[in-house]
Structure formats: structure tokens, C-alpha cells
Design a protein around this ligand. Sequence first.
Ligand SMILES: [Zn+2]
Ligand SMILES: [Zn+2]
Length: 118
Amino acid sequence: MNAAATTHQHTNCLRCGRKLTSAKSCATGYGPTCQRKVREAARAEVIATYKPHQIAKAEELIEQGALIPLRPGIYLTPSSDGTQTYRTHRAACSCPAGIKGIHPCKHRIAAHILSLAA
Ligand SMILES: [Zn+2]
Ligand SMILES: [Zn+2]
């Protein structure tokens, strides 16, 4: 886990906005119900079309509470060293890999998973 992820504590659920009560929820940014919905979304058939190691990285980002909803379908995601923030939609991302756009980056996959759980 990187420093940016470990230092950030959430107070409200990133999905439904309810107040988070357990220490675990505050670390991940999702209450138990929302976390389950996100996990189910990550198992959807449409997500399985991405490469497995990319899906794993996307899930890791989500479990760190790294994707902050900005507008419906648009998320702010931190770069892996925590120095930059990207704007991510499931079809586009402002990270270097996303701008190249050859393969969907982990941010886009994570945004896709979250949009399915929305
Ligand atoms: Zn929630
Ligand atoms: Zn990206």
C-alpha cells in the first residue's frame, strides 16, 4: 500500500455517502453493504473481459478508497506515487497510459466496476 492510501481516512461512504462507523470502513471508504456491492460488480461478466492482473490492480485501488466520486461516472484517482490526481471515466482517463489509450488503464477498470455498483 502506498503512503497516500494509508494516510487517507474516510468519514463517509464513497458510494452512498452514509457515515462510516468501523475503522475498516474508514480505511477503505465503503460501508459493509457497499463494499459487497462493489465486490459483486468486480465479478461481472463485462469486467471479466479485462486482463485479470489489471482487474486485480483496479480492485486494489477501490479497496484503498482511492477513487473519489467527482460527478456521476467521473472519479478522481491518485497516481501510484500520490503526487498527481487523474480524472477517470470508464471510457477515458487522464493518466499517461489512459492518454495513450491503447489498453484500458487500471483507473478506467476501477471506474467501470464502481459504475456497475452505482
Ligand atoms: Zn455505502
Ligand atoms: Zn488511468
